[in-house]
Design a binder for this molecule. Structure first.
Ligand code: GDP
Ligand code: GDP
Length: 439
């Protein structure tokens, strides 16, 4: 599972700027999808070989006793509790404040790995002006500049160092192909996740068997259905009690993200009685960013009338437009309606996500597409596409090679995506197209 980094510090020290930096590499991938909300406090990132989840906490008042500050403190504390490591951000220019001391005290008591960084340190002599921060009692202070992108990689490495993480495995093309289909059921609290899972696990055709949990308090249920092996992985927001699942009180975004990350296919449940909410599109955005295959199911279809159904269909089209490659189902977990066809879509999504595309076939399709419509000339540059090969699975990545490909427009990439999707029947999986220019 990816490690979780929480950014903590008083308002205005540059946490959001830092957050944007740390999550940027991932955001770039999805920059041009309409309907994808990005004003959020949870993100994923990659620096060098390290992948991680990062949480931006609001301003932090550890002793706030009322109102919005109390709520913020509560949320920050939850974030900190879920984090593997805390990055405490102070303002190199403003110096140490009383509030910094309060936060430091809180963090020292917490006893979690904690990295102290002084932001806005661009142009400052290596650490010289920063000695006063040692009085926070959190060890060495590391200067960075979030606004100028200085010190980012070092920051991530230092932050993750105490966790002694195993070396990340090289992505292999076989990834996700062997073994059971890892399935995560995601959705807001009350969307019906536990009802659905319990319905499944109660079915005779589905043989569940016990296996000791793997990491931390992860839930993992292997089962078989019609000869296909599945593994229901650490399903967020649920706890296993004997033979049934029940929802836990507190919904955990971090657990949801980790579940999405470790799945091959995510079944995203939308609550028909609530419509498509902001939280739904956040979760959907994470699925897209992670590149997981996805099946959409609108649950509680029994509880809405025709008018609401119509509205729902439209709001899915507009608010989840970036998942239009996914198949969509209308179900009732409680009444056991519409559940059968989900399995077909899950298998289809997994097949698409792990599909193998040979270089000759990809290249032929690429050249046919170019012949049908060539990429536009950009000034004196004419992008020239030469061949394509598959660079990964789950999600499938198609790498296009040629010259001046940095001038290929997003619209053209979408045109290519459409052609590849159609040819390989890629229903239910994101598809990434990368341009590789040789000079
Ligand atoms: P937050 O409240 O902690 O999330 O802080 P923000 O990220 O909103 O940043 C507060 C202000 O500090 C903004 O005006 C940023 O442009 C500025 N800022 C952030 N990082 C840096 C930096 O590295 N150097 C300088 N000089 N300003 C920064
Ligand atoms: P979770 O928090 O996502 O695990 O949601 P639960 O499975 O605990 O369901 C929340 C509530 O929605 C419970 O009261 C369920 O009985 C109800 N519910 C779940 N599925 C359906 C359904 O298909 N139709 C209706 N009408 N209610 C449902």
């Amino acid at each position: 599972m990816k490690p979780v980094i929480a950014l903590v510090g008083r308002p205005n020290v540059g946490k959001s700027t830092l957050f944007n930096r740390l999550t940027k590499s991932r955001d770039a991938i999805v920059a041009d999808f309409a309907g994808l909300t990005r004003d959020r406090h949870y993100g994923q990132g990659k620096q060098g070989k390290h992948e991680y989840i990062v949480i931006d906490t609001g301003g932090f008042e550890p002793d706030a006793s009322s109102g919005i500050f109390k709520e913020m403190a509560k949320q920050t504390q939850q974030a900190v509790a879920e984090a593997d490591v805390v990055v405490f951000v102070v303002d190199a220019r403003a110096g140490v404040s009383a509030q910094d001391h309060d936060i430091a005290k809180y963090l020292r008591r917490l006893g979690k790995p904690c990295l102290l960084i002084a932001n806005k340190a661009e142009g400052m002599l290596e650490g010289a002006q920063l000695t006063e921060f040692y009085e926070l009692g959190l060890g060495q202070v590391h200067p960075v500049s979030a606004a100028h992108g200085q010190g980012m990689r070092g920051l991530v490495e230092l932050a993750l160092e105490p966790l002694n993480l195993p070396e990340p495995e090289e992505d292999s093309l076989e990834d996700g192909e062997l073994g059971p289909i890892k399935l995560a059921v995601a959705g807001r609290p009350n969307a019906g996740k536990s009802t659905l899972i319990n319905t499944w696990l109660g079915e005779e055709r589905l043989v569940a068997f016990d296996m000791p949990g793997t990491t931390r308090d992860a839930i993992s249920v292997p089962f078989e259905r019609n000869g296909q092996k599945f593994e229901l992985i650490d399903t967020a927001g649920l706890r296993r009690k004997g033979k049934v699942f029940e929802a836990i009180e507190k919904f955990s975004v971090v657990k949801t993200l980790q579940a999405i990350e470790s799945a091959n296919v995510v079944l995203l449940l939308i609550d028909a009685t609530q419509g498509v909410t902001e939280q739904d599109s956040h979760i959907a955005g994470f699925i897209l960013e992670s590149g997981r295959a996805v099946v959409l199911a609108v649950n509680k279809w029994d509880a809405v009338d025709d008018y609401q159904r119509e509205l729902l269909q439209r709001s899915i089209e507009s608010r989840l437009s970036f998942l239009k490659f996914a198949s969509l189902h209308f179900i009732s977990a409680r009444k056991r309606q519409g559940l059968g066809p989900l399995w077909g879509s899950i298998a289809q999504a997994h097949k698409a996500a792990t599909c193998k595309m040979s270089t000759p076939v990809l290249t032929r399709l690429l050249l046919e597409a170019v012949q049908f419509q060539a990429p536009k000339r950009a000034g004196m540059f004419r992008p020239k596409m030469r061949y394509a090969h598959q660079g990964g699975m789950n999600p499938p990545v198609i790498v296009v090679h040629g010259n001046s490909l940095e001038h290929v427009t997003d619209a053209y990439k979408r045109f290519l995506e459409g052609r590849f999707r159609k040819e390989f029947n890629l229903v239910g999986t994101p598809l990434r197209i990368e341009m590789k220019t040789s000079h």
